[in-house]
Ligand binder design. Structure first.
Ligand SMILES: Cc1cc2nc3c(=O)[nH]c(=O)nc-3n(C[C@H](O)[C@H](O)[C@H](O)COP(=O)(O)OP(=O)(O)OC[C@H]3O[C@@H](n4cnc5c(N)ncnc54)[C@H](O)[C@@H]3O)c2cc1C
Length: 410
């Protein structure tokens, strides 16, 4: 996107990509339906970036969701709003979009050099070191490049096979740039399941539940986070899925602070605790607990399994206690899953290292964009939106910086 903005402004642009083809993570993002942005009002949209809302606000407002949709349409992919408010290209996938995007860039004269890896800055000259990468680019003599403007968009640290390997981090740190540790975001969490539970329920979805992170910031004090409704999935290692990702930031912080944390699950968010209790009080003689839970409250086997897992198979006898457990089931989570499996990355270049144009204060003329900057957001189109918006802002920032530095050359 930065290349597009720069090329349209008349710059001569070369994109260096270390992988043999462009946009591999973009293609992966399109596998389950490319969610390019979200249709909610901008004010609400910006809150999704949490404590980075103010830092991202100007770039996302300048290139907002409507601009992403228009850009998509320019690439012959009209977009549509799904039932959840998420926005997708009509083709749903990234393949067509990427194909026309790359063709458009080449039409603008952008040179796309794949299998070219940036290795860092030359200590003596400050040049960008780029190697045409056979297998071991570290051992190939690099070219020294002195472009007028550099925009870096090197990605986070998950799904390394797409090229987002985070190997740029030490190169930035070497020149004193503060890069916050790359951490998993929109990731699953580890749970110490019993062998019996996981043998029955691995891969099973738990639909229409609501979840809350529970933190203990001060011993004895319990703080419940935002309640999020959705679906989660039982994996061999733990839990994953939309509603887990949505409370992931809080769960991760609590795990960091305490070593582990508890997630509260409401297995029947449509019913009040009293309604659940009333229904449980209609038990028939000789009815098994599982049948009672299924018949009266409609719990699927996996939810009943979770109740047994949480109580070490000693389910409450009283309807009131059982109702309480169904509405507020504690599940201990131990840590995030490994970074490589996460959908996105938290951490990255600290905002205090950047000026308002996304230029590195320690490297005038070098701008950064996308997931390599320290922000995070839930799934829902917020990731691609901020990536594209920061790329537009970095490219426009680069053009205005160049103009200021070389007033007679534009
Ligand atoms: C499974 C999955 C599903 C997703 N679904 C969605 C979705 O539906 N909606 C959404 O908004 N977001 C989604 N995302 C997230 C979205 O794909 C990313 O936020 C986005 O791709 C980030 O763009 P980026 O340009 O910052 O980084 P990346 O897309 O990671 O691109 C960085 C590029 O830099 C290259 N690179 C890195 N280091 C070097 C180097 N030293 N030299 C040369 N090249 C280098 C890499 O090879 C890579 O191609 C999904 C992610 C995953 C993993």
């Amino acid at each position: 996107m930065a290349a597009e903005v720069l090329a349209r402004a008349g710059a001569s642009v070369t994109v260096y990509e270390q992988m043999p083809s462009m946009g591999r993570k973009f293609l992966i993002a399109g596998r389950g339906g490319l969610n390019i942005t979200h249709s909610e009002p901008l004010e609400q949209f910006l809150t999704r970036y949490g404590d980075k809302s103010a830092a991202l606000g100007p770039s996302v407002s300048a290139f907002p969701p409507a601009a992403v949709e228009a850009w998509c349409e320019d690439l012959s992919q009209k977009s549509f709003v799904g039932s959840s408010g998420r926005v997708f290209p009509l083709g749903f996938r990234a393949t067509e979009l990427l194909r026309s995007w790359l063709a458009g860039l080449e039409g603008l004269g952008v040179r796309l050099l794949t299998s070219h890896r940036w290795l860092g800055w030359d200590r003596a000259t400050g040049a960008l070191l780029v190697a045409a990468n056979e297998k071991n680019s570290d051992q190939v003599e690099p070219q020294q490049l002195f472009p007028d403007i550099t925009v870096m968009s090197l990605g986070g640290g998950s799904w390394q096979r797409t090229g987002s390997d985070g190997r740029w981090v030490p190169k930035f740190q070497e020149i004193g740039i503060n890069v916050h540790k790359l951490r998993p975001a929109n990731s699953g969490f580890l749970v110490d399941w019993t062998a019996e539970f996981i043998s029955k329920f691995e891969g099973m979805p738990l639909k229409n539940v609501s979840v809350q992170a529970r933190g203990n910031p001060v011993p004895g004090e319990i703080v419940l986070g935002e309640t999020v409704r959705g679906e989660m999935m039982i994996s061999a290692e733990g839990i994953e899925g939309g509603c887990v990702y949505a409370v992931g930031r809080e769960l991760r912080a609590a795990c960091d602070a305490q070593g582990n944390t508890t997630m509260m699950i409401d297995l029947r968010p449509d019913l009040s605790r009293e309604q659940v209790e009333q229904r449980l009080n209609t038990a028939r003689p000789k009815e098994s607990t599982s049948t009672l839970l299924r018949r009266t409250v409609g719990l699927p086997a996996v939810a009943i399994g979770l109740l047994r897992e949480a109580t070490k198979n000693v389910l409450p006898r009283q309807a009131s206690d059982m109702a309480e457990l169904i509405k507020s089931l504690p599940l201990q989570v131990l840590a995030t899953e490994e970074l490589d499996r996460a959908i996105s990355t938290a951490g990255g270049v600290a905002f205090e290292e950047l000026d308002h144009r996304f230029m590195l204060l320690r490297r005038p003329g070098v701008f950064v964009a996308g997931e390599m900057i320290d922000w995070e957001a839930p799934t829902g189109g917020y990731l691609l939106q901020a990536t594209l918006s920061t790329a537009v802002a970095a490219a426009n920032g680069a053009l205005s910086w160049w103009e200021e530095e070389h007033p007679t050359e534009m």
